[in-house]
Design a protein. Structure first.
Lengths: 105, 271
């Protein structure tokens, strides 16, 4: 907070418009950067299914707990897949840990 | 042959933020510092660089004529009379649309890089074919923006595309900066814009009526004797571009009146 913000607050005036601009910009850019036009929900669903099919060939997945999503940080959008493995299909060992498959967009 | 030419895309996404003015002024400033410089107007649909440089009556051929072998490159280049180190090449004629492909632009930029130290490519607004054509001809980029929502948003789109190409470095110029409004916090600050776009800052250009006057005359500010604030900024940007280690002009130091000083005090972060 700046000196000016404080005075504005005390006087019950509106905050300076640069703050509003910054906040609005950050919101709109968060949307823009994900670029939903190139990766629609349909496509994401399709991709999720295919990834699961491949992984399910090798390990048994807990389908209830599967989560595939897009996460944006800085300028990079990442596809984050959380696929809890119940057991490997070849072995008998119970696997409790999760496997994070990360792919960069 | 194989000069170490720097081919620089000057782009913004949004129109009217000052790409062409920056291209003209940087072109003159670079040429004036002794580097042979070409400015290529890649906006062949709506070309304006010739007007800003006062060369509109001297264009006979375009880059397209060079590619079609209607003329030699030398014939299409328009040398500036007051600054012979600078030459303008319009990409095409306003009457011809949709003729150019990325390969054509690459070809032109290759031809230019055999002759010049610097090639500045004035990019059309938008993120469509015109932009992508211009982009394919360049090795580095300068993104121009204003401290305004719409300009920053469009710049962000452009940076997103640039980041997926081989172009680097990508540097930022913030144009039409009003120190008083920034001090009043009624305009996005330099730090705001830079941190949102996360690009290295090449420089800033102050809002200045002289820019309009110089455009009316077809004489870029960097060519004139004036001591205008914008001219000082353009020179600063060009010096930093050629690698001089000088500080960016700080808008906080530009307002000199008592009121400006008071406004600066109000900007102090207290917590």
């Amino acid at each position: 907070m700046t000196l000016r913000d404080l005075i504005n607050k005390l006087l019950g005036r509106e905050t300076a418009s640069a703050n509003t601009a910054r906040e609005r910009l950050q919101l709109v850019l968060a949307h823009d950067r994900v670029d939903m036009s190139s990766l629609t929900t349909d496509l994401l669903d399709k991709m999720r299914k295919e990834i699961l099919d491949v992984v399910a060939k090798y390990v048994e997945i807990d389908f209830e707990e599967v989560a595939v999503s897009l996460e944006t940080e800085d300028r990079m959008t990442a596809l984050v897949a959380n696929l809890p493995i119940k057991r490997t299909l070849t072995g008998e060992i119970e696997l409790k840990k999760n496997e994070d498959a990360q792919k960069k967009k | 042959m194989s000069k170490n030419t720097r081919t620089i895309l000057i782009c913004s996404g949004k129109g009217g933020v000052g790409k062409t003015t920056l291209t003209a002024n940087l072109g003159i400033a670079l040429a004036n510092s002794g580097a042979s410089t070409a400015v290529l107007d890649a906006d062949f649909g709506l070309r304006n660089l010739d007007l800003l440089l006062g060369l509109e009556n001297r264009i006979i051929y375009t880059a397209q004529d060079v590619l079609d072998k209607n003329c030699r490159l030398d014939q299409a280049l328009v040398r500036h009379k007051k600054e012979p180190n600078l030459a303008l090449l319009p990409a095409g004629d306003p009457r011809m649309l949709d003729w150019m492909k990325p390969e054509d632009m690459k070809q032109i930029s290759k031809l230019l890089s055999e002759k010049f130290d610097y090639v500045l490519v004035d990019c059309p607004a938008g993120v469509e074919d015109g932009f992508k054509n211009a982009l394919s001809a360049c090795k580095e980029a300068i993104v121009v923006t204003n401290p305004e929502l719409s300009a920053v948003r469009d710049a962000d789109r452009v940076i997103g595309i640039l980041n997926t190409s081989d172009i680097k470095p990508i540097q930022l110029v913030i144009n039409r900066v009003r120190p008083n409004m920034m001090a009043n916090q009624e305009m996005l600050s330099i730090e705001d814009v830079q941190s949102i776009l996360s690009l290295p800052l090449l420089g800033i250009v102050l809002e200045d009526e002289q820019v309009i006057i110089s455009t009316n005359r077809g004489e870029p500010l960097t060519l004139s004797e004036s001591k205008s604030p914008a001219k000082k900024c353009y020179l600063n940007v060009s010096q930093r571009l050629i690698g001089k280690d000088i500080p960016i002009i700080d808008p906080k130091n530009e307002g000199k009146s008592l009121k400006d000083k008071f406004m600066r005090l109000m900007q102090t972060k207290i917590f």
